[in-house]
Design a protein around this ligand. Structure first.
Ligand code: GLU
Length: 561
């Protein structure tokens, strides 16, 4: 068979040679050790938590080494594509601060554009490149056209099913399938010409050269040393519409785009035999691979299962809606990704997560457990370490999208909002009142008369007359100009005059000797002013609320007793 003639017949329009393609995408000039990584999602409508997990590894490895991180849109599966999905994907990456150097991006008018010299960055626009290499493989006798009809292909697929039903052993089934497969390889040039003249569709298949009994050694940077069987499957390189399969596109793209490290899910591990064969056939050097562990969650029965698309926490956009900020997502992911991140963070409290020396060797090999409790812990820490201005900005930004009424309140008086956000912030042990931005409105609601409600009551065991007396005496002596000690001194003496001791030791020794203690007195006031048992420091709260509101709330509480 004249393979060159076959290649010319199949690809009459391909004029660029592989050498020319190589010259168009030369090796990148980067410092020694710089890594080139890519995030290569299929635009299916949303970014999965597992995708974000990979994107963080991509970003860290590239930018930590002075390399390049690019975004490639893998839109070769038209059926799975959703309208507006690329835009949605870019916005999600932006929301979580995933910064890449090249790839599909928004221009200043919010329209899609591409940045970088190794494009196009959408696979659907790279068909001309795949065809160059498909032609080369055909010309070298390493790939061939397959004009099989859908029925013939179905018959081959049926072999698998039959084997399963009849419980045929793997070797017999594989041999049967292979025999059918090998028939595809038998054709003459005249047959090809006739098919082409009739306009019959065809796919291009690789001519598999491997023996699955033989193993190739392969080192994955996460999974370690593996033994991979050789490929003996004539898998499809180009579909009948000329669009490549993932396998083929991956080899051509990651070679020409000069990727040094491929970070992808471990579900791609079974495809390695195909990829090893392809890179060999194409004469490309393989990049290094990191096959990341699955994201697992507790199944509620003491076991673990894969975090599926439908699970809470699977879609990245949900995090924004739930009120987790970008910094939290990064810190949480780094906690999952590198076992020593938390310890480092504790030792370097002021430092940004981006200063952490990310290490491939510390990545989880078998599975990463996702859980909201841990995420909330991380979030509480991150939010508590922010300044009042930062919290104000983040909350406002979030509320504009998800709670416009609250946003309007915050915007109406920023200085007021910042003053209550300042309470309990800044010191060595800042308060950790909320895990998400969504929890802020209910937490700070009592600062706004329009949102204020009395959600908790003073327990019935306390004498109503005592409570009323506390309120009256407090109103008589309250002076907003008092410093904290004076203010508290007054509360102590009000309590003491009513039989509520300020001496906690004495109280503990014999509670029956008193009507209560000073903590109870504070609680009466807290409930009057905030409507609940727990609130930040009462002195600060009263300072922020202002004397008028404090007086009105206490008077109202007294009246409602
Ligand atoms: N488009 C593939 C996916 O979404 C990318 C795998 C890879 O990163 O190579 O699974």
């Amino acid at each position: 068979m004249d393979y060159q003639l076959l290649a010319d017949l199949l690809f009459p329009d391909v004029t660029m040679t592989p050498e020319e393609a190589e010259a168009k995408y030369p090796p990148r000039s980067l410092p020694e050790g710089a890594k080139v990584t890519r995030f290569a999602p299929s635009p299916t409508g949303f970014v999965h938590f597992g995708g974000m997990y990979q994107a963080v590894v991509d970003e860290r490895l590239a930018h930590q080494s002075g390399g390049v991180f690019f975004l490639r849109i893998e839109d070769t599966d038209g059926q799975r594509e959703v309208d507006g999905a690329v835009e949605a994907l870019l916005s999600t990456l932006k929301t979580y601060g995933v910064k890449y150097d090249e790839g599909v991006a928004f221009d200043e008018n919010g329209r899609l554009t591409a940045v970088g010299d190794y494009g196009p960055y959408k696979q659907s626009e790279r068909a001309f490149l795949y065809h160059i290499y498909a032609k080369k493989l055909v010309a070298e006798g390493k790939a061939y056209p397959c004009f099989s009809t859908e029925e013939q292909l179905e018959e081959i697929r049926e072999t698998d099913k039959k084997a399963e039903i009849q419980n045929t052993d793997w070797h017999t089934a594989a041999a049967e399938k292979r025999a059918k497969m090998l028939k595809n390889r038998e054709f003459t040039m005249d047959e090809v010409k006739a098919h082409l003249a009739a306009g019959d569709p065809f796919v291009v298949r690789i001519l598999a050269g491997g023996d699955p009994e033989k193993k190739t050694k392969f080192t994955d940077l996460v999974k370690g040393n593996l033994e991979v069987p050789e490929n003996d499957e004539d898998f499809v390189l180009l579909k009948s519409d000329g669009i490549p399969t993932y396998h083929f596109a991956h080899a051509v793209d990651d070679h020409l785009m000069r990727t040094t490290h491929v970070i992808r899910g471990e579900d791609w591990l079974p495809s390695l035999p195909k990829h090893i064969q392809l890179f060999r056939y194409l004469g490309f050097r393989m990049p290094k691979y990191l096959h990341t562990a699955q994201i697992l969650k507790n199944d509620g029965n003491g076991g673990k299962k894969k975090l599926s698309k439908r699970d809470m926490g699977a879609k990245m956009d949900d995090y924004r809606q739930m009120g987790y900020v970008a910094e939290v997502v990064w810190e949480y992911l780094l906690t999952l990704l590198n076992s020593n991140f938390e310890e480092w963070h504790m030792q370097n409290p002021g430092k940004s997560a981006l200063e952490f020396p990310f290490n491939i060797k510390k990545m989880s090999v078998s599975g990463c457990l996702f859980d909201f409790d841990k995420l909330n812990d991380v979030s509480k820490n991150v939010l508590s370490a922010m300044t009042a201005d930062e919290i104000y900005d983040k909350t406002l930004d979030w509320a504009k999208e998800f709670d416009p009424a609250f946003a309007a309140l915050l915007e109406a008086d920023p200085a007021y909002a910042k003053s209550f956000f300042s309470i309990g912030r800044g010191g060595k042990k800042p308060r950790k009142d909320f895990a998400t931005l969504a929890e802020i409105r209910p937490f700070v609601s009592f600062f706004y008369d329009g949102l204020f409600e009395r959600s908790e009551e003073i327990p019935a065991q306390y004498d109503r007359g005592d409570i009323r007396a506390v309120y009256e005496k407090f109103l008589e002596s309250y002076d907003p100009a008092d410093d904290m000690d004076t203010w508290f001194g007054k509360i102590r003496s009000i309590g003491e005059s009513l039989g509520y001791t300020p001496d906690m030791k004495a109280w503990k020794a014999d509670p029956s000797a008193f009507r209560g203690n000073v903590g109870d007195v504070s609680m009466f006031l807290r409930i009057a002013v905030t409507g609940r048992m727990n609130s930040p420091d009462m002195y600060a709260v009263m300072q922020v609320l202002g004397a008028d509101r404090v007086r009105a709330r206490i008077a109202e509480a007294a009246a409602s007793l």
